[in-house]
Design a protein. Structure first.
Length: 435
């Protein structure tokens, strides 16, 4: 018995080193079966059947481990079996009397599968993909569409200029179809939000969807690009097809400079074809079939966006989203401090000293101040509140993340402002004396 146990242990080690060696695993299972360890044998055979579903020895071992009767021998002239003998399958029985999953020998494989389902989980739970990596070319409902949200423009602190421009250029015509018809205002075209990173472009897009009572479909470059030829274009089409079915729906194209970069700088034909497909979908926004589909896009690098995307009827409305103003900074700070232990915090003063910081920078200020208070409490053993000293120290240590963006944008606004595209940016830079 000890020799057999040592052999089994050795075989277990060999199987662990070569898990796909089916004959070796079956040999182990056979030894386990002979030792009366049926459950362990079932586990090993089940794994072997995953690697080699048609292996006859594996099926035979599974049958033995599950207690199936031995296969009936060929019919010969013999005396009737005693009454107490285990019955065998009658070769002369009609074929329809066999269980649906029966195999020669009378073993019910469907029942066996149910027995081992909890022992060895299935290796695959998805349908096999086609050769091009897709399982259903027409399954546009696979895209996640968020239900109409509760976020409104009133939830966006400050930034009144941005709200006013959104209302005039986008929201008022959308919400007043009668006035739109009276004044001949076209719904054709979308809205491009641009500005430094971390200033709330995505949040504003969600607020617009909330104002319209529309579903929200966020799209990034990872959702569209595919390694298979033609799939990126199809993904782009399916996104808009989904939005049309879910109308009213806001399609939000995040990082448009990556999704719709200038084709003149793109060497890969697949990327150029994807931009072409996006142009085709945008051209259909005013068609009857696309009623209720509103397109918003955001980018930190508008000068890298293909010019064709910004022609009339496409993303022809442009809105600059700058770092939050004082009321917005106060609202952001209040939001990030509301669930933290604070005392004697002057938000107005804090908003004043954080001028120029983005929303992401302000969140970092609150996080750093909380970290300082936490470490101090850990050192002293006395829990203390977060105070103005912590917040002012954190604000002083944070370098505005927008500075690098403004350094690049300054050159564009001064020397590449064709048609007044960046007049808003130029005015802001002059006001801030950044020119």
């Amino acid at each position: 018995m000890s020799e057999e146990s040592a052999l089994v242990r050795s075989l277990r080690g060999a199987v662990a080193a070569a898990p796909e060696d089916v004959p070796l695993r079956l040999h182990l299972a056979e030894l386990l079966l002979e030792a009366g360890q049926n459950d362990a044998a079932i586990t090993e055979v089940a794994v072997a059947l995953q690697h080699a579903p048609g292996d006859e020895k594996a099926r035979e071992l599974m049958g033995r481990a599950m207690g199936a009767p031995a296969p009936a021998p060929a019919p010969v002239q013999q005396a009737p079996a005693p009454a107490q003998q285990t019955p065998t399958v009658n070769p002369a029985a009609p074929a329809q009397e066999k269980p649906a999953d029966a195999r020669p020998g009378g073993f019910d494989w469907q029942a066996a599968e149910g027995e081992i389902r909890d022992v060895v989980p299935p290796r695959f739970v998805e349908s096999p993909l086609r050769a091009d990596g897709n399982d259903d070319p027409g399954d546009a409902d696979a895209w996640e569409v968020d239900a109409p949200g509760t976020v409104r423009l009133a939830d966006v602190g400050g930034m009144q200029d941005v709200k006013d421009r959104l209302e005039a250029a986008f929201l008022a015509p959308m919400r007043n179809p009668e006035l739109r018809k009276l004044y001949g205002k076209s719904l054709r075209g979308g809205l491009l939000l641009y500005g430094p990173p971390g200033c709330g472009k995505t949040f504003i897009a969600r607020a617009v969807a909330g104002e319209l009572g529309a579903s929200f479909l966020s799209v990034s470059v990872n959702d569209v690009l595919d390694m298979w030829i033609g799939n990126s274009e199809r993904n782009m089409h399916e996104i808009f097809a989904t939005a049309r079915r879910q109308a009213p729906c806001v399609v939000f194209l995040d990082e448009l400079d990556a999704l719709g970069g200038k084709r003149s700088r793109t060497q890969h034909s697949g990327m150029r074809n994807t931009v072409n497909q996006l142009l085709t979908e945008l051209d259909g926004i005013d068609a009857q079939a696309n009623e209720g589909v509103f397109v918003l896009a955001a980018t930190n690098l508008p000068w890298d966006v293909d010019l064709a995307l910004r022609r009339p009827g496409r993303l022809d409305r442009t809105l600059l989203v700058l770092p939050p103003d004082a009321p917005a900074r106060e609202a952001i700070l209040r939001y990030h401090l509301k669930d933290r232990p604070i005392e004697n915090v002057d938000l107005a003063k804090l908003a004043k000293v954080t001028d120029g910081l983005s929303g992401a920078d302000l969140a970092h200020v609150c996080e750093s101040a909380a970290e300082t208070a936490l470490l101090d409490s850990a050192r002293t053993g006395t829990v203390r509140m977060i105070g103005m000293k912590d917040l002012l120290g954190a604000a002083k240590a944070v370098v505005p993340s927008t500075e690098a963006w403004f350094s690049s944008a300054r050159n564009v606004a001064m020397f590449a402002n064709e048609g007044g595209t960046y007049d808003d940016l130029l005015a802001y830079l002059k006001k801030r004396r950044k020119l």
